[in-house]
Ligand binder design. Structure first.
Ligand code: HEC
Ligand code: HEC
Ligand code: HEC
Ligand code: HEC
Ligand code: HEC
Ligand code: HEC
Ligand code: HEC
Length: 395
């Protein structure tokens, strides 16, 4: 029964906070995009359409652009199959996903008696593998306990949560938004180097990753091009083609190298072309095996292809603006562009795989993340989280 005592303590402290914050849960406060665009150095995505229509259209379906959003009308929560789902920890304790007048909620029950309900306000993740949800409590974002695990089309206890303990007040920190949104105004209070509290300015959050998150504020560029329509070359925007390889990979590593490194400055102001070491302290990185989740940069950097070619970078294989899934054959063509003659043994050649169509499953196999796994309903089952390794090698 120790578990239950602990549970009640957590619940009662939450109860107090509910009273304190219940006045401030209005979704109309989410005027995110307009507000961030009011920053005069930024033009906003709508301005780019006029001259970069194709890129814009492609980009609308990119997982980057959909990696965070306000819940209103979220596809998943329109589906009855997701709504009727329940997550049981055991015979006493469960969390249900319910539709109510003011939106969808995660509702915790002990012996069928409702303990607390939290509204779905924000979604993190485009849903390729998983979607995590959060609820606003004043100027703080709290993670909801259940995460949707797309591969198994089911709700799961969020990664890092204990079994048999309701916990609805885990804070979604600014760092999380630095990788999953375009901007969020925030206030961090520190004692020494220790973060003691942080507040997000709710209306300032610009959900999804927009053009200027990668390319930098582009109001000046747009204004110049608008005033000089005859000018076919660009001004006031960094030229990706002229970057060194480190600049190119830094532009991705800002979000694809994990969160081990200590932040020197907010990465919200990092833009393509900047030196990442001025934002994340290189010396603070702990040396350990990189994880397939979130650390594509470190994984790739350990590959002979990266070390010996000197030219390979993320965009050799990925087309960043589109969701053009070129499939494994498309990716394999990129391998073949450097590896025309490969000496495979007879054993490999007789594997049954058409080699030129799929270099990937053998040399970049899916691996389970050490950082993330999901506890499924019923307590004992753990589902692994599979991602491609970017350490290209012979396995
Ligand atoms: C009035 C037209 C116009 C508008 C509006 C405009 N651009 Fe451009 N942009 C251009 C032209 C012309 C070029 C040069 C040709 C090219 O690369 O497409 C260019 C080039 C670029 C480049 C390429 C730099 C490189 O690596 O070669 C980027 C990135 C870019 N624009 C981003 C943006 C973003 C982001 C916005 C919206 C905030 C935007 N542009 C709005 C006309 C425009
Ligand atoms: C350092 C950058 C970074 C931080 C910090 C970060 N993420 Fe992510 N997250 C990523 C990247 C990159 C991916 C996609 C690839 C992967 O899993 O490696 C991802 C994937 C996800 C996914 C799955 C997306 C999908 O469509 O399948 C979810 C959900 C998610 N993150 C939620 C969160 C939440 C919630 C936080 C904060 C508590 C957080 N992330 C913090 C970079 C980050
Ligand atoms: C996740 C980061 C990211 C986002 C978001 C992004 N870009 Fe890019 N963009 C890049 C990279 C990287 C390149 C260089 C690609 C290459 O050379 O293969 C690029 C190249 C470009 C170019 C010049 C080359 C070309 O393909 O014509 C333009 C123009 C451009 N981007 C406009 C945009 C616009 C407009 C948006 C928003 C609709 C946008 N980008 C969103 C990363 C991004
Ligand atoms: C501002 C942070 C950020 C930057 C910059 C960024 N990414 Fe991502 N990337 C993410 C997040 C978050 C996800 C998870 C998207 C989702 O929710 O599914 C992701 C997903 C991806 C995916 C998997 C989804 C897909 O499109 O197939 C690829 C590939 C990827 N990123 C490549 C890149 C490359 C290459 C660059 C550099 C040009 C880059 N990213 C820059 C944050 C970022
Ligand atoms: C930009 C060129 C380039 C691209 C693209 C590239 N590689 Fe490589 N790769 C190299 C170089 C250079 C080496 C080191 C010399 C060698 O072994 O041929 C290498 C080495 C390898 C090795 C031997 C690794 C080891 O540890 O000994 C394998 C396996 C390999 N690559 C597979 C691939 C696959 C699969 C892809 C596509 C997913 C790919 N490469 C894409 C350049 C590239
Ligand atoms: C069925 C699994 C499998 C497939 C598919 C496969 N490989 Fe390999 N590859 C291997 C193995 C195993 C080795 C080690 C040598 C051997 O036993 O054949 C190897 C070795 C290599 C090497 C290092 C040897 C050398 O000649 O430099 C490269 C590079 C390579 N593969 C590239 C590729 C590329 C490119 C493709 C796709 C066109 C591909 N492989 C498809 C399993 C595979
Ligand atoms: C040699 C080719 C190659 C390079 C270089 C490369 N990737 Fe990938 N990446 C792939 C392939 C292949 C996949 C798997 C696509 C699939 O399964 O549909 C992938 C998948 C991903 C995913 C999704 C992970 C998953 O398993 O769902 C992310 C995120 C990603 N790459 C980011 C990056 C970043 C960031 C870089 C640069 C540091 C990079 N990639 C460099 C080939 C590459």
């Amino acid at each position: 029964m120790v578990g239950f005592k602990r549970l009640m303590v957590v619940l009662s402290s939450i109860g107090l906070l509910v009273v304190l914050f219940s006045q401030c849960t209005d979704t109309d406060a989410d005027k995110g995009y307009e507000l961030a665009a009011a920053d005069s150095t930024k033009a906003g995505m709508a301005t780019c359409i006029q001259c970069h229509r194709n890129i814009y259209d492609d980009y609308l379906i990119s997982p980057h652009q959909k990696t965070s959003s306000i819940i209103k009308g979220h596809e998943l929560l329109q589906a009855d199959s997701a709504i009727s789902n329940q997550f049981s920890f055991d015979d006493h304790l469960k969390i249900a996903v319910e539709r109510r007048d003011s939106g969808a909620y995660q509702v915790a029950y002990v012996d069928n008696e409702e303990q607390l309900a939290r509204r779905f306000d924000v979604a993190f993740g485009s849903g390729k593998d998983a979607i995590t949800f959060a609820t606003w409590r004043g100027n703080r974002l709290n993670q909801l306990q259940l995460t949707y695990f797309s591969r198994l089309k089911t709700w799961a206890n969020s990664p890092g949560y204990r079994n048999q303990q309701l916990y609805f007040s885990r804070e979604i920190d600014v760092r999380c938004l630095e990788c999953h949104t375009s901007f969020a105004e925030h206030k961090i209070t520190k004692t020494g180097s220790l973060v003691t509290s942080q507040e997000l300015i709710r209306g300032s959050v610009a959900y999804g990753i927009d053009c200027e998150r990668c390319h930098g504020p582009a109001a000046k560029h747009a204004e110049f091009q608008l005033n000089h329509p005859e000018q076919k070359s660009s001004k006031y925007i960094s030229l990706y083609k002229s970057f060194t390889r480190k600049q190119k990979t830094d532009a991705c590593a800002v979000c694809h190298s994990g969160s081990d490194r200590k932040a020197l400055r907010s990465t919200f102001v990092f833009k393509a072309g900047d030196d990442l070491d001025e934002f994340l302290d290189k010396d603070s990185e702990t040396v350990r095996d990189p994880d397939v989740h979130g650390q594509q940069m470190q994984m790739l950097a350990g590959s002979q292809c990266f070390i010996q070619s000197k030219t390979l970078d993320c965009n050799t294989c990925h087309s960043i603006h589109g969701n053009k899934n070129e499939g494994l054959a498309g990716y394999s063509n990129k391998c073949i562009s450097c590896h025309q003659t490969v000496k495979h043994s007879d054993r490999t050649l007789s594997s049954g795989i058409v080699l030129k169509e799929n270099c990937i499953d053998c040399h970049m196999p899916k691996r389970s993340s050490k950082a993330i796994s999901f506890k499924l309903s019923g307590n004992s089952k753990i589902a692994t989280y599979l991602l491609r390794t970017h350490k290209i090698a012979v396995y």
